[in-house]
Ligand binder design. Structure first.
Ligand code: GLA
Length: 385
């Protein structure tokens, strides 16, 4: 009895799976608008250790989330109240159980996550994807990684109540070490783009801000974009905002008489274009252009999409003032959470010092820094059989 799983459950594990979190380099709030995103999977993630039990119940434990939950296997089809963390895995198990015509037995599960919670690095997607993948394997369904991402996204919609796009779940499933994933969220076509950053690091800065992107604010942005599409349809038949080129947008923007809707739509169109250009720049080894596009992305999220706030703006603006920083922006849904910066390796220590000082002076909070290491998407770590 030496592993944590064995100590908690009193028997051996059958298998261990891992799914990563992600950092999005550029392409923010574009996924649910049919646009492009460019995230990479990171080495923070969630490990799921699992074994069948003879009690016909599902047991959920996490090393970093409460409570412990136990459910009979025929009660896995409805979400739990009070925003319980178990809804993330449960929504995936419900779908796999439906596909398999029910669960043949119960399972004991232990989730061990090291993605900072609520930091915009997709801790929830890593839990969903690792669960969807594990149950797809255990129930012999062998879904493709794209199907796994869709199951995980559906769980977020129907069990967690967030009408999210597919970026987080897609990269947690399909990410590849040393690559960023260029994804067309309309067609789900994607390309793995090698990240060659000679002498430059991807630095993630956690604001530890108490402001969270809650499901209400997120879903409100999703609805604003749908409304903008309805207005533009009077002039041009579109399904998603990201179908508009900047030139198309200039022609139809007069249909957006509400100034707020105009700003929201302008962000989506400009961000989609920036993401295209940023991927090209990276492919050509032009990190300076990539950095400038990151900065423009942040300004657009701050001024047009209005999802930044004083903490993220302070971190990014302090980074912009620091020598050796090629670009910096908020990453993820926004409000609290993290920023992502491209920093020359020899400037990292000065960057941390400068950004920490300015941030604490202005907000009274303490920033935390991680050097991002890329990772592969979901996979099995160990199988006892
Ligand atoms: C959250 C959502 C994603 C995406 C980002 C913003 O992380 O889960 O689908 O919309 O916000 O780009």
């Amino acid at each position: 009895m030496n592993t944590l799983f064995e100590r908690l459950y009193g028997h051996e594990a059958q298998a261990v799976y891992f799914a990563p979190g992600r950092v999005n380099l550029i392409g923010e709030h574009t996924d649910y608008n049919g646009g492009f995103v460019f995230p990479c999977a990171i080495n923070f993630g969630t490990r799921l250790t699992i074994a069948p039990n003879q009690d016909r119940c599902l047991r959920f434990r996490s090393v970093n989330m409460e409570p412990v939950v136990e459910l009979p296997i025929d009660q896995c089809f409805a979400p739990l109240p009070d925003r319980c963390w178990v809804n993330y895995p449960l929504g995936c198990i419900a779908q796999l159980a439906t596909l398999a015509g029910g669960l043949p037995m119960g399972y004991d599960m232990l989730f061990e996550g090291n993605v900072p919670l609520g930091a915009g690095l997709s801790s929830s997607a890593s839990i969903e994807v690792v669960t969807a993948y594990a149950f797809s394997c255990l129930l012999g369904k062998n879904l493709s990684l794209i199907e796994i991402a869709k199951v995980a996204q559906h769980s977020e919609h129907s069990f967690a109540g967030v009408q999210c796009g597919i970026m987080d779940q897609f990269v947690a499933a399909n990410g590849r070490q040393d690559h960023a994933l260029f994804l067309n969220c309309d067609t789900l076509e994607f390309m793995q783009v090698p990240i060659r950053l000679d002498g430059v690091a991807i630095v993630i800065t956690n604001s530890h801000s108490p402001h969270r992107l809650d499901s209400g604010t997120y879903n409100e942005r999703v609805r604003a974009c749908q409304k903008a599409v309805e207005c533009i349809r009077k002039e041009k038949e579109i399904e998603y905002l990201a179908q508009l080129s900047p030139e198309d947008f200039a022609r139809v923007q007069h249909t957006l008489t509400d100034a707020e809707l105009l700003r929201r739509a302008r962000h989506v169109v400009s961000e989609t274009q920036r993401t295209r250009e940023a991927v090209q720049a990276l492919q050509q080894g032009d990190l300076n252009t990539f950095g400038l596009l990151m900065n423009a992305s942040h300004r657009s999220l701050r001024d047009d999409y209005e999802v930044t706030g004083v903490e993220l703006d302070t971190l990014v603006e302090a980074a912009w003032q620091t020598a050796g920083v090629l670009g910096s922006r908020m990453t993820g849904g926004g409000f609290g959470g993290c920023t992502v910066s491209l920093v020359r390796e020899d400037a990292i220590e000065a960057f941390k010092k400068q950004v920490s000082r300015v941030y604490t002076e202005k907000t009274g909070l303490t920033a935390e820094f991680y050097i991002a290491r890329t990772s592969d998407g979901v996979h099995i770590v160990r199988n006892a059989n």
